[in-house]
Write a protein that binds this ligand. Structure first.
Ligand SMILES: NC(=O)c1ccc[n+]([C@@H]2O[C@H](COP(=O)([O-])OP(=O)(O)OC[C@H]3O[C@@H](n4cnc5c(N)ncnc54)[C@H](OP(=O)(O)O)[C@@H]3O)[C@@H](O)[C@H]2O)c1
Length: 254
């Protein structure tokens, strides 16, 4: 891909959690096309291998690390492995996420804990590990993947909405702390995007409701999330921090 220098990621090292499928893979592929070396960190080894093959096809230096982001003790070693293999980490995307639609009065507290641990706590721990590495180098980008439920209430997925809402406030707080050190922290909020997470909804009436409610009249694709992520990861966004960038076909404005 030939792009203006301001969007060029050549020589930069990026880590994308949950980068083996869906939005994470869309972003990882975009980064590779823009010249970055890319590490994907996720659990499923078969998906990791397949995603790695896609990244290698761009000629990118790439790495797959098997990681469960809820395993706190594994987070620092995973980032260390990325730096050993690819070089100093400059871009972290906290994308790994899950939703449990169980309502407040049903479901188990374990559901709540698991969603918060995956979507919020792991993002915070990885962000602070990455920031520690970026601080002495005075350069870094952290991108947190939010959700429309960062804004809106959800009658079934309370833990998801709580985690994604908190992720926006975490983004702003990290942005304020790290801006003087030339580390930018932003949130990217996808609307309804084609992925394993949204595939089951296609058979439900809710799908038609989403289409009606989305001004663009369709779901987006993981590839359509990549451009915004490249922007936030690139020198073009060196003066952009604490922002929430919606890639949602207008869902959030209607
Ligand atoms: N699709 C949408 O419409 C939509 C809209 C707004 C926001 N989002 C957000 O976008 C992000 C990606 O979602 P998606 O739609 O692409 O979903 P997806 O296709 O289900 O992908 C989720 C990714 O997260 C990884 N993951 C889940 N739990 C993990 C864990 N404990 N440790 C490491 N990796 C883990 C999965 O890989 P493994 O299973 O191999 O670990 C997978 O790669 C999520 O944060 C989601 O909340 C999605």
């Amino acid at each position: 891909m030939s792009a203006p220098a301001t969007f060029d990621l050549s020589g930069r090292v990026a880590a994308v959690t949950g980068g083996n499928g869906g939005i994470g893979l869309g972003i990882a592929r975009g980064f590779a096309e823009a010249g970055a070396a890319v590490a994907i960190l996720a659990r499923n080894e078969a998906k990791n291998r397949a995603a790695l093959a896609q990244l290698n096809a761009f000629g990118a230096r790439a790495l797959a690390v098997r990681l469960d982001v809820t395993d706190r003790a594994a987070l620092a070693p995973a980032l260390a492995e990325v730096e050993r293999a690819l070089g100093p980490l400059e871009i972290l995307v906290n994308n790994a996420g899950l939703a449990r639609a169980v309502g407040a009065t049903r479901g188990e507290l374990e559901d709540w804990d698991r969603v918060l641990e995956t979507n919020l706590n792991a993002a915070f721990i990885l962000a602070r590990l990455a920031a520690r590495a970026m601080l002495p180098r005075r350069r870094g980008k952290i991108i947190n993947i939010g959700s429309e439920y960062s804004l809106f209430g959800n009658p079934l997925a309370h833990s998801y909405a709580a985690s994604k809402g908190a992720l926006i406030q975490l983004t702003k707080s990290l942005a304020v702390e790290l801006a003087p050190h030339n580390i930018q922290v932003n949130a990217l909020v996808p609307g309804w995007i084609e992925s394993d997470m949204t595939a089951p909804m296609k058979s439900r009436p809710f799908y038609q409701e989403v289409l009606r409610r989305t001004p663009a009249g369709r779901l987006g694709t993981p590839a359509e999330c990549a451009g915004a992520a490249i922007f936030l990861a690139s020198p073009a966004a060196d003066f952009v921090t604490g922002a929430t960038l919606f890639v949602d076909g207008g869902y959030s404005i209607k």
